[in-house]
Design a binder for this molecule. Structure first.
Ligand code: DQA
Length: 139
């Protein structure tokens, strides 16, 4: 089984960025833990700050992997192109947000991606990625 985790803009700064919201751990550290939790799943990871690069990666992987866990960061709230890409591919996509976007500024309450995703996990910290993978594994 192969699952691709995609992080969008500014998520390369996890561990340094607003730790009171996003925590103290880098995603690379967390990824090591995830690989230990899911030894039988091939976990692939991609991060980019560029919308086009995220689109290209979704197109490349979205017809072959068993699932995509997508935290598109701020593009969640702005990108019709990413929503179209999620709709276009055959792999199930789970939307994850580390913070509870519904408790934050109103512009974070709307997601272009949610209607195209199988489901969304918000506000559970990095654990949201683990839960998304667990769901995809059981499917
Ligand atoms: C985020 C929430 C977004 O609103 C924000 O722009 C991010 C991170 C989250 O994981 O909580 O960059 O996707």
């Amino acid at each position: 089984m192969k699952i691709l985790i995609i992080n969008g803009p500014n998520l390369n700064l996890l561990g340094k960025r607003e730790p009171e919201i996003y925590g103290n751990r880098s995603f690379e550290q967390f990824l090591e833990e995830l690989c230990g939790i899911f030894p039988d799943i091939e976990l692939d990871y991609f991060q980019s700050n560029h919308e086009g690069a995220l689109l290209d990666r979704i197109h490349e992987a979205g017809f072959t992997v068993n699932g995509i866990v997508l935290n598109a960061g701020a593009f969640t709230h702005t990108s019709i192109a990413l929503a179209d890409a999620v709709a276009a591919v055959t792999a199930p996509v789970i939307e994850v947000h580390i913070s509870n976007v519904h408790k934050r500024e109103p512009f974070r309450h709307h997601s272009y991606l949610s209607p195209k995703c199988v489901g969304s996990i918000v506000g559970l910290g990095l654990d949201g990625y683990r839960l998304a993978i667990e769901y995809l594994q059981r499917k």
